[in-house]
Design a binder for this molecule. Structure first.
Ligand SMILES: *[C@@H]1O[C@H](CO)[C@@H](O)[C@H](O)[C@H]1NC(C)=O
Ligand SMILES: *[C@@H]1O[C@H](CO)[C@@H](O)[C@H](O)[C@H]1NC(C)=O
Length: 430
């Protein structure tokens, strides 16, 4: 009874706190667009710039529909242009505010019965909770886990990552698996997967997976904490960093972190509009956050065998380059990526779409300055973007799915680690 009243009270409180929080999305809808040929992607990219659209998902030619968030003001023009271009479309999310409120209620409802004791990898943790978890792991498992302070975010948040090694990173015969997540703030399902990886390697290492510690691991679960926190407190669908440079633009904050790396910087798949979700920034590595990812890559480049930059959504394993040129080892890249995707597919919910694997330009859209391309260009043999599932919710995946996403993704990570290690051993024998 007491619990019931408490729940009623909390849900009443919830209504009050939620109302108005998502006002900036009033009247917004998400439209699905059928992408039938490569040119359709280009048309969509033009419309994106022209009508200030927020493309949630670009779609994949002949296979996946695009998802585009559009304001009330631009909706008529957008739909009219789609008709003009002969692009079929339908409503994906009829009311973004309602979807956001439902999402938030799901998150709060999940926390209540757990008495606030949810582990961060099965939840949507805040930045402080991520750091607390990393600190606790480093304190409890000093023989294998080392916490590294990468430096501060633009707004001064201490960004941390964990190094996991049975040999304190001193054994050069071991390859390194480097994983990062949440360069894009709104992709909330990504930090849990990175944290779950830590959990499985350190707190819950199974006998059948002891060989994974023949690899050293660097796990960087929250690259863009400023954007991430802002997406919790202000704009749930915020994607960029939160840097502020009034001398460049007084009204717009942040850049697209995944266009900010020094590889083909500011060439294709970017927007010069300072407010755009694909604005690459004033120069490569203008953002301290992407600089920390670069620093890890360069410090350990001789041994990083695989780099997994985790995003959402759409179920993809992607590799370089964003300009459609293939790296010289494309066959092995495809082999490891396809195996990883297939292993995840075998564990996924049947309603989830299967993983598509391929060059990021050919499968999705053109891009430059991405983490994936940078890793490949500086010499990581296996550099990937992993796009986790969104199911029918896009970025607003209900928290009850997080455990499923962890459980299905983990065997894919294990598989990619083992395959990458085989290639590493073969390379070092020659
Ligand atoms: C800042 O960005 C806005 C939106 O793109 C634009 O209208 C404005 O002209 C920009 N200001 C400067 C100084 O470039
Ligand atoms: C695409 O980018 C890669 C990496 O920077 C580069 O090596 C390649 O020459 C580029 N291809 C074209 C066609 O520009």
């Amino acid at each position: 009874m007491v619990v019931y009243i408490l729940l009623l009270y909390l849900s009443a409180l919830l209504q009050v706190t939620l109302s108005g929080k998502h006002d900036i999305y009033n009247g917004y809808t998400v439209e699905a667009v059928v992408i039938q040929e490569y040119d359709d992607v280009t048309k969509l990219q033009h419309l994106e710039a022209e009508l200030d659209l927020d493309v949630w998902h670009y779609g994949s030619v002949g296979r996946r529909h695009a998802h585009v968030m559009v304001s009330k003001e631009n909706k008529q023009t957008f739909l009219w242009k789609l008709d003009l271009y002969g692009l079929q479309h339908y409503v994906y999310i009829a009311d973004v505010v309602t979807a956001l409120e439902q999402h938030e209620e799901d998150i709060i409802a999940r926390k209540i019965p757990r008495n606030g004791e949810a582990v961060p990898y099965n939840d949507y943790p805040r930045f402080a909770q991520v750091n607390e978890y990393l600190e606790r792991i480093a304190t409890d498992y000093p023989n294998i886990a080392t916490l590294v302070d990468a430096g501060n975010s633009f707004e001064g948040r201490p960004i941390k990552y964990l190094k996991i090694s049975t040999t304190n990173f001193m054994d050069p015969s071991k390859p390194i698996y480097f994983m990062d997540a949440a360069i894009h703030a709104r992709e909330w399902v990504t930090p849990p997967v990175a944290l779950y990886t830590i959990h499985r390697l350190v707190e819950d290492l199974r006998d059948s997976e002891r060989d994974l510690l023949d690899i050293d691991w660097i796990i960087f679960p929250l690259v863009n904490p400023d954007g991430y926190e802002y997406s919790h407190t202000d704009e749930r669908l915020w994607r960029r960093t939160r840097s502020y440079r009034p001398e460049i633009n007084e009204t717009c904050y942040g850049v697209d972190g995944n266009r900010n790396f020094d590889v083909n910087f500011n060439t294709v798949g970017v927007s010069p509009d300072h407010c755009s979700n694909t604005y690459p920034g004033p120069e490569a590595f203008s953002e301290p956050e992407t600089g920390y990812v670069r620093d890890v890559l360069l410090e350990y480049i001789d041994r990083i065998q695989i780099f997994l930059d985790i995003h959402s959504y759409g179920n993809y394993v992607l590799y370089g380059f964003g300009n459609a040129s293939l790296p010289t080892n494309a066959v092995s890249l495809h082999h490891v990526g396809a195996s990883m995707g297939a292993v995840i597919d075998s564990k996924k919910l049947s309603k989830a779409t299967y993983y598509l694997v391929g060059n990021s330009n050919l499968v999705l859209y053109q891009s430059s300055g991405s983490a994936q391309d940078y890793g490949q260009a500086v010499g990581v043999p296996f550099s990937y973007t992993l796009e986790l599932p969104g199911y029918e919710y896009g970025f607003l995946v209900p928290p009850d799915y997080i455990e499923q996403i962890n459980i299905e993704t983990w065997p894919g990570i294990v598989d990619s680690a083992r395959l990458a290690k085989l290639f590493y051993n073969a390379r070092n024998q020659n």
